[in-house]
Design a protein around this ligand. Structure first.
Ligand SMILES: C[S@@+](CC[C@H](N)C(=O)[O-])C[C@H]1O[C@@H](n2cnc3c(N)ncnc32)[C@H](O)[C@@H]1O
Length: 340
C-alpha cells in the first residue's frame, strides 16, 4: 500500500522511530522499509508537518505487518468509512489505561470507541476521553467511557515502573525518550534539581542511570510528590532522590547552585528561568522545555541566551524538537550551559 514515510539514516533510525512513537505519528500496521543505508518509517495519515530536522517525507509502497487480530481499532467499529475517517489514529497508553481525544462530532459514539479500544489494546482495563491538561498543576481532565477501576496505574518506561494517577498529577507517556536523553547527559557525581518534577520520570530515570550524585525533585502538587515517593520506595536508589512539595519560586532562592537543572513547565517556565540560571553552577546545564511556534524556532535559542545574560553568560548547546504540539508549534528542548 502507498503511504507517507519519513526517510532517516539507518544509524538514527531507532531514535527517530521512538520519537514518532512518543508523538503518536508512527504507523504501526505497516513495515519499516530498508533502502541502502536509509530507513523509511511509515507515518499515520494526516500526521501534518513533521518537525524540522526529523527527515524528509516521501510516498512509498509499504508491506502490511502480519497480525492475528485487526490492524487498527477502527476495524472493530462497524461504521461507514466517512465516519471512521473522523477517528483519531493515535491514542495514549498509560499503564493499563487508554486515553484518547475525540472530535466533538463523535461525542455520541464515545462508548463504542472506548469499547473498541478496550478490546484492541492488550491488557487495557479502562478507557478515558482526554480533555487536556489544565491549571498550574497541569492536571488532566478525563472522562471514563469504557472499562472499570481507578485512574491510578503503574506505567513502564526506561526500565522503571512509575506510580501514576492520570487525573490528579501530570504524566505524559510521550516523553520517555526525553527522560532518557537527559539522564544520559548527567555526569558522574553531579547534582540535579528536577524542577516541576510531576511524578518524577526525569529524576527516576537519572537515578536509575547511576551516575548522578544527588537529585532534588520539586513540585507544587502534593499528589505528584506522593506518587513519586511511592515509586521511590520500591527502588534501591531511593536515597539518591529527595522529593519536596514546594513551589519552585520558594525553593530556588535559598537552594545552592548545582550542575544540572531540569525545567519542564512549557507554558510558564520562562518566568522562572532567570532564577534557574542563578542556581546553575559554573559549567552547569539547564534542560529547559517550551512550546515554540515553528516560525520562531530559529530565534528562540538566541532570545533565551539574552534573557539569561544579566545573570551569567550562557551558551545554547542544543535545541531539539521533542514532538509536534499543534499544527503550528512544537514542544522544544533547549540545553543551555553556563560559562565556567
Ligand atoms: C508539564 S508538568 C511536568 C512534569 C514532569 N517534569 C514530567 O516530565 O512528567 C509540570 C509540573 O509542574 C508543576 N508546577 C507548576 N507550577 C509549579 C510551580 N510554581 N512550582 C512547582 N511546581 C509547579 C505541576 O504541578 C506539574 O506537575
Amino acid at each position: 500500500m502507498i503511504a507517507p514515510g519519513l526517510v532517516v539514516p539507518r544509524k538514527r533510525g531507532e531514535e527517530v522511530r521512538q520519537d514518532l512513537v512518543d508523538s503518536g505519528l508512527l504507523r504501526v500496521d505497516l513495515e519499516i522499509r530498508h533502502e541502502d543505508d536509509m530507513l523509511v518509517l511509515p507515518l499515520v495519515e494526516g500526521a501534518g508537518a513533521i518537525p524540522p530536522g526529523w527527515g524528509k517525507v516521501v510516498d512509498r509502497e509499504f508491506r502490511e505487518v502480519p497480525r492475528k487480530g485487526p490492524a487498527r481499532y477502527r476495524d472493530l467499529l462497524p461504521w461507514p468509512d466517512e465516519e471512521k475517517a473522523l477517528l483519531p489514529r493515535a491514542f495514549d497508553v498509560v499503564g493499563d489505561i487508554v486515553l484518547i481525544r475525540l472530535p466533538a462530532e463523535l461525542d455520541d459514539r464515545k462508548v463504542a470507541v472506548g469499547e473498541a479500544l478496550l478490546r484492541f489494546v492488550p491488557g487495557a482495563r479502562l478507557v478515558g476521553l482526554d480533555h487536556g491538561v489544565h491549571g498550574s498543576d497541569r492536571r488532566r481532565t478525563v472522562e471514563r467511557v469504557a472499562g472499570s477501576g481507578a485512574w491510578t496505574t503503574r506505567h513502564h518506561e526506561n526500565g522503571l515502573e512509575l506510580d501514576v494517577d492520570v487525573e490528579r498529577a501530570y504524566f505524559s507517556p510521550r516523553l520517555a525518550r526525553e527522560h532518557a536523553r537527559v539522564a544520559e547527559a548527567v555526569g558522574e557525581g553531579e547534582r540535579v534539581y528536577d524542577l516541576c518534577c510531576g511524578v518524577g520520570p526525569f529524576s527516576l530515570t537519572i537515578a536509575r542511570g547511576g551516575r548522578a550524585g544527588h537529585i532534588t525533585a520539586v513540585d507544587a502538587n502534593p499528589v505528584a510528590i506522593s506518587l513519586l515517593s511511592a515509586t521511590l520506595a520500591r527502588y534501591p536508589f531511593r536515597d539518591r532522590i529527595t522529593a519536596l512539595t514546594a513551589p519552585v519560586e520558594q525553593f530556588l532562592p535559598s537552594a545552592p547552585a548545582v550542575e544540572n537543572l531540569v525545567m519542564n513547565l512549557p507554558h510558564e517556565g520562562i518566568k522562572y528561568l532567570p532564577s534557574v540560571a542563578r542556581t546553575t553552577a559554573p559549567g552547569g546545564r539547564i534542560f529547559y522545555y517550551e512550546v515554540v511556534p515553528r516560525d520562531g524556532l530559529e530565534q528562540r535559542g538566541t532570545t533565551l541566551v539574552k534573557l539569561l545574560s544579566p545573570t551569567a553568560p550562557f551558551e545554547l548547546l542544543e535545541r531539539r524538537v521533542v514532538h509536534p504540539y499543534s499544527p503550528g508549534a512544537d514542544m522544544v528542548a533547549f540545553v543551555l550551559e553556563r560559562a565556567r
